[in-house]
Design a binder for this molecule. Structure first.
Ligand code: ADP
Length: 294
C-alpha cells in the first residue's frame, strides 16, 4: 500500500508547494502585463537556503532600449533588516523590488543574495524562498482557515491559529459569526481592508519566506486596526529581510533604513532620524506630505 500512495503523496506535496508559490507570485505576475521572458541561465544551480543578505551593486536597468529606469543603484541589506522604499510615483520603487525576485535581467551591475549572483541560480529555487505581498490582499472563496493555510498547505489548524494570534488577527476572526470557519469570497466581502491585510500577514507568516517583499496597501484604515496592523507587521518582519514600498508613517519610522528613490536613483538612505537631520528630500516629503505618507 505504501508503494501505491507514494506517487500521490509526491504529487500532493508538489501541488502544495505550487499553491504556496502561486499565492505570492500570481499577484505580481498579474501586475506585470507583459510576457515574462526571464529564463534560467545555462548551468543554473539551486539557490541554497536563503539567509537574507541582499546587495545591489551599481545596477542599471531599462524596460525598453534607450529608456533607462534605474541608474547605478547600489545598496547592501543585512539579514533581517527592514527597508522602507519611498519616493514619487514612477521613481523606480516597484522596479527595484521586481529585480530582487528576478522578474527581469539587469542591463548592467550585479545583484547578490547571500553573496550569490542571482543569475547563477534557478528562478524557481530563488522565488520559492521569497514572499511577495501586493497592495490588494488576496482572498479566495473558502473559509478564513483555508485562506490563511494557503501560505503553507501542510500547516495544521493549530498552526494556522498560532500564526493568526502572532500577527494580531485572531481576535477579529473569533468575532466573526463562525470564527475560522467563516466563509469569505474573492472580493473579501464582509472583511474590511485592514482585516484582509491581517489575513495576508498570517498567511505570509505561515509561508515563512526569508525575504519578504511588501507593497503596502494605501487604503484608509481606522486607528484601532492601524495599531493591530502595525503590531502584526512587526511580528511578521522579525527575523526576515524585508522590502516595503511603504505608505504608512508607522511602517516607515519603524524600518531599519529608508530608501528615498527618485529618477531611478537612491537619493537618500538612512533611518528616520538620520534623514530628518539631513533636511533633504525625505524631510520635505515628511513635512509637506504628511498626509500622503499616512
Ligand atoms: P514606482 O514604483 O516608483 O511608482 P516603477 O518602478 O513602477 O515606479 O516605474 C518606474 C518607471 O518605469 C516609470 O517611468 C514607469 O512608467 C516605467 N515602467 C514600469 N513598468 C514598466 C514596464 N513594464 N514597461 C515599460 N516601462 C515601465
Amino acid at each position: 500500500i505504501g508503494r501505491f500512495w507514494a506517487p500521490i503523496n509526491t504529487l500532493a506535496s508538489f501541488y502544495n508547494s505550487l499553491l504556496t508559490a502561486m499565492s505570492y507570485l500570481e499577484r505580481i505576475f498579474e501586475t506585470i502585463d507583459e510576457e515574462v521572458t526571464v529564463k534560467d541561465n545555462e548551468g543554473a544551480t539551486e539557490m541554497p537556503p536563503i539567509v537574507g543578505d541582499v546587495e545591489f551593486r551599481d545596477v542599471t536597468f531599462s524596460y525598453e532600449d534607450g529608456v533607462p529606469i534605474l541608474n547605478g543603484v547600489s545598496f547592501h541589506v543585512k539579514p533581517g533588516e527592514t527597508y522602507a522604499i519611498v519616493g514619487p510615483t514612477g521613481a523606480g520603487k516597484s522596479t527595484i523590488i521586481n529585480l530582487i525576485s528576478r522578474f527581469y535581467n539587469l542591463d548592467s551591475g550585479e545583484l547578490f543574495i547571500d553573496g550569490i549572483d542571482i543569475n547563477s541560480v534557478t528562478i524557481k529555487s530563488l522565488r520559492k524562498q521569497m514572499g511577495v505581498m501586493l497592495q490588494d490582499s488576496f482572498i479566495f472563496s473558502g473559509t478564513i482557515m483555508d485562506n490563511i493555510r494557503y501560505g503553507n498547505m501542510e500547516a495544521s489548524n493549530e498552526e494556522v491559529v498560532a500564526a493568526a494570534k502572532t500577527v494580531c488577527a485572531h481576535d477579529f476572526i473569533m468575532g466573526l459569526e463562525n470564527g475560522y470557519d467563516t466563509e469569505v469570497n474573492e472580493r473579501g466581502s464582509r472583511l474590511s481592508a485592514g482585516q484582509r491585510q491581517l489575513i495576508s500577514f498570517a498567511r505570509a507568516l505561515l509561508a515563512d519566506p526569508k525575504i519578504l517583499i511588501l507593497d503596502e496597501a494605501t487604503s484608509s484604515i481606522d486607528t484601532e486596526t492601524e495599531i493591530l496592523l502595525q503590531e502584526g507587521l512587526a511580528k511578521l518582519l522579525a527575523g526576515r529581510t524585508s522590502f516595503i514600498i511603504a505608505h504608512r508613517l508607522s511602517t516607515i519610522k519603524n524600518s531599519d533604513k529608508i530608501m528615498y528613490v527618485d529618477g531611478g536613483q537612491i537619493i537618500e538612505l538612512g533611518n528616520h532620524d538620520e534623514l530628518m537631520a539631513l533636511e533633504g528630500k525625505y524631510y520635505d516629503l515628511y513635512m509637506s506630505q504628511y498626509d500622503f505618507l499616512r
